[in-house]
Ligand binder design. Structure first.
Ligand SMILES: NC(=O)c1ccc[n+]([C@@H]2O[C@H](COP(=O)([O-])OP(=O)(O)OC[C@H]3O[C@@H](n4cnc5c(N)ncnc54)[C@H](OP(=O)(O)O)[C@@H]3O)[C@@H](O)[C@H]2O)c1
Length: 161
């Protein structure tokens, strides 16, 4: 839950080894330890990312995530919420690729498009829990029950706006 001063207490980093993503998490963790869910492909780099955040006092959970496995993304988001609410989600996965190869190699071009474009909406639009519904489409979006800024509403609680 975001505290009364607007500070998040939990973060989901999709692309859990991303240098930019880890720098964002560290910036949030400057004043207080956070619960951090690193969603990424298992690797030594991921283990190092976990150790790096744990050294700052963060409680780190690892969640397998492959940007190319589009059909798994809603499950990944749902699992991220099983340990508690997520206050902030950072989408930081991506492939720089090689433009000179990609414009003549269709399979490589499709892979870059999957990871850099298609995977962002499939991982960012999944409801955090089964049965949750989008909040009222005002600006900012609001929970119909509590009128607080929110994106997804469940029977007892909502995600932050
Ligand atoms: N650094 C810059 O100056 C800059 C500038 C503009 C744009 N960008 C873009 O911003 C994004 C993040 O930058 P960065 O510097 O943080 O890059 P990075 O350190 O190379 O991180 C890229 C992240 O994407 C993940 N990833 C790639 N393919 C994946 C897949 N199929 N499934 C799951 N995760 C996958 C990587 O995971 P693995 O560890 O498993 O490979 C890694 O966590 C990149 O797309 C980059 O191209 C960066």
């Amino acid at each position: 839950m975001i505290d009364a001063l607007g500070n998040p207490q939990s973060i989901l980093l999709l692309g859990g080894t991303s240098e930019i993503g880890l720098a964002v998490v560290e910036a949030f963790a400057t004043d207080r330890p956070l619960r951090v869910v690193l969603a990424a492909r298992p690797s030594e780099r991921l283990d190092a990312a976990r150790a790096r955040l744990e050294a700052r006092g963060c409680a780190v959970e690892l969640l397998p995530f492959d940007a190319e496995a589009l059909e798994t993304h809603s499950d990944v988001v749902r699992k991220a919420f099983t340990g508690g609410d997520i206050d902030v989600a950072v989408v930081a996965f991506g492939l720089l690729g090689d433009n000179e190869k990609a414009w003549t190699d269709a399979s490589l071009a499709v892979r870059l498009a999957q990871v850099n474009y298609t995977a962002a909406p499939t991982s960012s639009t999944a409801p955090p829990r089964p049965g949750w519904t989008p909040s009222t489409p005002a600006s900012p979006r609001r929970c119909a029950r509590t009128a607080s800024p929110s994106r997804w509403c469940g029977p007892d609680s909502c995600t932050p706006g």
